[in-house]
Ligand binder design. Sequence first.
Ligand code: NDP
Length: 434
Amino acid sequence: LERNPGETEFHQAVKGTFESLVPVFEQHPVYMEKGILEQIVEPERIISFRVPWVDDNGKVHVNRGFRVQFNSAIGPYKGGLRFHPSVNAGIIKFLGFEQIFKNSLTGLPIGGGKGGSDFDPKGKSDDEIRRFCQSFMTELSNHIGPDKDVPAGDIGVGAREIGYLFGHYKRLQGGYPAGVLTGKGIGYGGSLARKEATGYGTVYFMKEMLKGAELDFAGKTVVVSGSGNVAIYAIEKAQEFGAKVVACSDSSGFIYDKEGIKLDTVKQLKEVEYARISEYVKHHPNAEYVEDCSKIWSLPCDIALPCATQNEIDEASARELVKNGVKAVAEGANMPSTEEAIHVFQENGVLFGPAKAANAGGVAVSALEMSQNSMRLSWSFEEVDAKLHEIMESIYANAVAASEKYGKSGNLVAGADIAGFLKVADAMVAHGNI
Ligand code: NDP
């Protein structure tokens, strides 16, 4: 705490993970002897930089950019870029720390990193977004590369922003460095099914959780928070599996459509018009709009998929969900449940899938995008989706196996942390960099 004052979310992420690792350290003293804990919490490198840009009226703005290169023991740094006014060093460090374990869980050779800026894309013109992305990449390009550090999207960074970032990197560096970013457009080196991967992956993971309890999606009522990239494709796959998704949100409020969310409208509003979710009720007057996004958790549901942001489910929301009969929760967003909320779910027998495992599908397909770029090949949607499905099944199986092996049976939080940690820790021991 003294070393990293004020980095609340980072402390929260580290505390949660270290609690899971207690039995591992008891059984394997080598990790303590080699100082793995002390090393794994310290990023290999943090880059913080100035991002000046000019708005449409000629006014100069200065934002702050970050890239944390947290751990490269098993592969090049890999993790998204977030553009949101709440971004600071503590947020980027929490996300980068989580990414180490998540990336390891995918079974693919990728290290942990994360980046972003406190720039707020909301209400900005397309030209302003482009100028900001170019200024951001002017500095970031000095630190990334296809074999070194490969960013992708996250909150506020979607296909449009990745296009501008890639275009500027290519211009600065020359050649065709396809593998430097993932989440690219299909026409210039992107992977089919990357856009869908995090949302679909979360639902595939939930399907495994339900199967373990002899349940499935058919006929279940589902609440999904957010209406961005992860939320949209989680809704799509849950509907395909026969669930009724009755609500989704943005940071202003949520919509409740008891007949089931019409996803085409949500896609049009969010992916095409960059509009607010409140507009949904203009198209579907039978739906309701409530101007408080946190109240979404007071809706009765069988399955909750938080897909918006960190700490969106607090203890009170978790209790409300339990009271209303929720059976299973899987985290599409990063750390959307507070520590207290997770305890409420676990103590009340709610199946709980933590972010590190449940939302790893996005970065897994990003790694598949890197493979396709290296091979100069493109796989079909079905091929990538099948690989994603297989990866999510194997993450679930590995988390269950690790939880059982280390005396935490049924606790997927511990299982995911342990399974993700062991591979990275063993590589760090083997490298002997002390
Ligand atoms: P988007 O920017 O596409 O969407 C984010 C959604 O969450 C928007 O609906 C946004 O509403 C809402 N939101 C953001 N901040 C808040 C807040 N403070 N309170 C309530 N709602 C909020 O981002 P993504 O869908 O890509 O990311 C969502 C989550 O999933 C994040 O936690 C991200 O780290 C995680 N994730 C994303 C991956 C990916 O592949 N994209 C991979 C793994 C994890 P508004 O428009 O009003 O801001």
